[in-house]
Design a binder for this molecule. Structure first.
Ligand code: SF4
Ligand code: SF4
Length: 496
């Protein structure tokens, strides 16, 4: 299946011995000119790249005070060293969060601190040489920006933010990553990550309507570009395309149908994902986010609801108002934005949906907390809502649910291994090895509780697990959408 060895699943997680340089070869394809320039980056490595990189570092540490604080405050306590799934899966010491940060910190010290300028050896400061840049490209593309390390750092140092800054510096000198930048360019040109034009969306949605009707005998609409609808649903384009994502989309449609609330998708904002965050680019993140505002204004909706996508929810929850607000034209009774899980959970609480749990009796379920939802956002009015709401929706839809071990869920959750712009085939080894801690936790509930399926609310997690689970002996279809469970259980036509 591959030219690397899949790590062995152990009964209990084991912290590996370091193996220096084992992942130094792991690098994503570099973006060509046609994927760099639409994003405002140079097409190839610029002549004076070192100076351009230093200038960018100065700009970023000045603009984002948190970045400078993170670079200045690490005391090398080591608490983060064994917290990254990529270190646990690869044994490469440069995948320890503190070592990853140090790749950036050493250059920062050399250029921007007194000690680094005059006594570089004493403080481990280095120039940004070709060799250092090579390490940056490799290891800042072995960080899924999941923030697990920051939970355990006594100072809350967020490696994700350092990794975003490093990628932005690299983009600014003409060394971008093909996967992310090609996708962002596609959003600008066509409207979504998958490059699905409006006619293809129409076809797909009509096909899904037919599937629901064949299956249930009920006509459930999946409307596109309907002016005057109450709700605009912005969802990852994977929801239009692949299993198990489409099953989730059909679930949203059934929930809206039962609630009797008019809704629409948009061909202009046919993508919830915002890869601008992965490359650390505020300008690109803003440009992608503005499409949602434009669609909401054009369609005259009253509310915006996001579908199941982890990092999209992080961008929406944490930054949408700053990037594309104010949303004072929407109905002030509802939060901006709202997650589909909040919407469905609220209906369940008000007994507005009839759910037949036995429809999911062929599955014993567990739930994977997606890192961007778990550690970079929340859901609903109460702290911890991002952990509670999805579990309550799952439990309302099925009879058999078991959580994975406590140190692998909620804010201690492990990344799927494919987040942060790493869901590309050129990083397959990293993705498989990075999934190890989650696969070990899954094995635990499989063996102890007979779990057969894992639910998630992130498009990247679902795609990543469908691909890597077979490497560990699990079926690729044992990953499901949470709204797929709702879709199976919902009894249509039962509520007024
Ligand atoms: S943010 Fe996540 S992937 Fe990056 S170093 Fe920390 S634990 Fe590892
Ligand atoms: S836990 Fe925080 S302070 Fe300690 S080594 Fe890691 S980043 Fe530095």
């Amino acid at each position: 299946m591959a030219d690397f060895e899949t790590p062995e699943l152990k009964e209990y997680p084991v912290i590996p011995h370091v193996e220096v340089g084992t992942m130094a070869h792991s690098k994503p394809f570099v973006a060509k000119e046609q994927f760099q320039e639409p994003l405002g980056f140079p097409g190839e490595l610029v002549d004076n790249w070192q100076q351009v990189a230093y200038d960018k570092m100065e700009e970023l540490t000045g603009k984002y005070r948190s970045l400078a604080v993170f670079l200045d405050s690490c005391v090398k306590c080591g608490a983060c060293t064994d917290k990254c799934h990529y270190y646990l899966g690869t044994s490469d010491p440069k995948n320890m969060p503190v070592a990853r940060q140090d790749l950036f910190r050493k250059v920062y010290r050399r250029k921007f601190t007194f000690a680094g300028k005059y006594f570089p050896k004493l403080v481990g400061a280095v120039d940004l040489t070709e060799e250092v840049l090579n390490d940056w490209y490799s290891y800042f593309h072995q960080c899924s920006q999941c923030r697990r390390c920051s939970v355990y750092c006594p100072y809350g140092i967020d490696t994700a933010e350092i990794s975003m800054a490093a990628r932005e510096v690299m983009d600014s000198i003409g060394v971008g990553q093909k996967y992310c930048n090609e996708i962002i360019a596609k959003v600008y040109k066509i409207g979504n990550n998958l490059g699905l034009p409006q006619p293809a969306l129409v076809d797909t949605l009509e096909g899904l309507e037919e599937d629901i009707e064949d299956d249930t005998g009920v006509t459930v609409r999946l409307p596109l570009d309907v002016k005057g609808a109450d709700v605009l649903v912005v969802t990852p384009s994977a929801d239009f395309f692949a299993e198990p994502h489409v099953d989730g989309l059909m679930g949203y449609a059934k929930v809206f149908h039962e609630a009797g609330i008019s809704w629409t998708l948009s061909s202009h904002a046919s993508e919830a994902a915002n890869f601008g965050m992965f490359i650390g680019s505020y300008e690109n993140m803003r440009k992608v986010a503005l499409r949602i505002r434009e669609a909401a204004l054009d369609l005259g909706v009253k509310r915006i609801i996001f579908g199941e996508c982890g990092h999209a929810w992080r961008v929406a929850y944490s930054f949408l108002n700053t990037l594309a607000g104010p949303f004072d034209f929407l109905d002030p009774k509802y939060p901006v934005p709202m997650h589909i899980m909040e919407f469905t959970h609220d209906l369940i609480q008000r007994d507005a949906l009839t759910l037949d749990k036995s429809a999911n009796d062929d599955m014993v379920l567990t739930y994977h907390d997606s890192c961007n939802v778990a550690r970079a956002s929340r859901m609903g009015p109460k702290p911890g809502g991002q952990f509670i709401l999805p579990r309550e929706v799952i439990k309302a839809s099925c009879n058999h649910f078991y959580d994975m071990p406590q140190d692998t869920i909620h804010d201690a959750t492990y990344c799927c291994g494919g987040g942060g712009g790493l869901l590309t085939d050129d990083l397959m080894e990293l993705r498989v090895k990075g999934a190890l801690p989650r696969m070990e936790a899954l094995k635990h509930v499989v063996e102890n509780h007979g779990v057969t399926h894992m639910a998630a609310i992130c498009a990247i997690c679902k795609s990543q697990f469908a691909k890597v689970m077979p490497y560990y002996g699990f079926q690729m279809d044992s990953i499901v959408s949470v709204h797929q469970l709702v879709s199976n259980a919902i009894v249509l036509g039962n509520k007024q």
